[in-house]
Design a protein around this ligand. Sequence first.
Ligand code: PMP
Length: 375
Amino acid sequence: MAFGWIDEQAELRRRAGLVRTLRPRPADSPLLDLASNDYLGLARHPEVTAGAAEAARSWGGGATGSRLVTGTTELHGELERELAAFCGFEAALVFSSGYAANLAAVTTLGPHGSLIVSDAGNHASLIDGCRLARGVTQVVGHAHPDGVRKALGPHEGPAVVVSDTVFSVDGDAAPLTALAEACREHGAGLLVDDAHGLGVLGDGGRGAPYGAGLAGADDVVVTVTLSKSLGSQGGAVLGPRRVIDHLVNAARTFIFDTGLAPAAAGAALAALRLLRREPGRAARARAVAAELHARLTAAGLEAVRPDAAVVSVRAPSPEEAVRWAADCRTAGLAVGCFRPPSVPDGVSRLRLTARADLSGAEIERAVQVIGAARP
Ligand code: PMP
């Protein structure tokens, strides 16, 4: 029977307790949210939703075509200029998602004959970029600059080192300065995904590369998403103008994809302007993360020390992680639950996001619920 193998896979998944299902989120959810990536609490900010609405009214419900045909509006250009300036880079290019931005960056910077050195903890979109790229990928140990040096050593020809700045599961930061040094010793480029750093790290949320003094360097390229701190949807690549021009001409997820919806561009632009006006939001997200971690640890839970706004709590098994998250939900708290195959090391976790707009009382309540529901 066609697709019969799918039933066999479904059965295996069911037996392993790893079936995933979709659950609509009510517009006015009564749950305390520590599961979303709305780090700065901007997704429903009136200026951000107004930015989306005005953009849709002016430009329509969709971009109407690919960026090179009809899909580029003035808003796309404004967003690219302001995002590049905010993060300290020469130029930026906006994509329909962070996923598409990562596929574009890795495939175009890792061409035939090149070496791509990729951190073992990288996000799936970077891994998929490596799979699609014509260059050869070598995976190195997590956050391991000497492993990077070793990989780059014998290679002749173009090379690029690819890493998340903040790893999405445990929320730990990459050793950016050491990675840049390793790259420079070998004439390699550095490509980092700052999805979880933009809006949280660097002065006023300008991102981890800015914080590490790498912004604007001619050998550094950064990808970001507009869907986390900026509360919108979409992604971008930031870097030297010649790299961005190359992407416009060579990146398949740019050329063959419909442009970012105007509403998403308008929302992201409004959020970016808010962040520029209110730079304290970034520091507040970091402070909430530190407080959450301290309280969880004091309650005897095994939490990873956060470098940004993600706080990860170890669970004994995938089944118990699922039950733990469900019990939190019953008690009014939404938390993320990461388990295989989303976690490469097989260690299941609850994943909490420290939103800048959480109050002290909300943090306390969250820790109380998580502690009471622990397996
Ligand atoms: N990179 C990282 C590190 C991410 O966590 C995500 C989102 N889960 C992405 C890229 C993809 O971004 P988007 O959701 O905008 O496609």
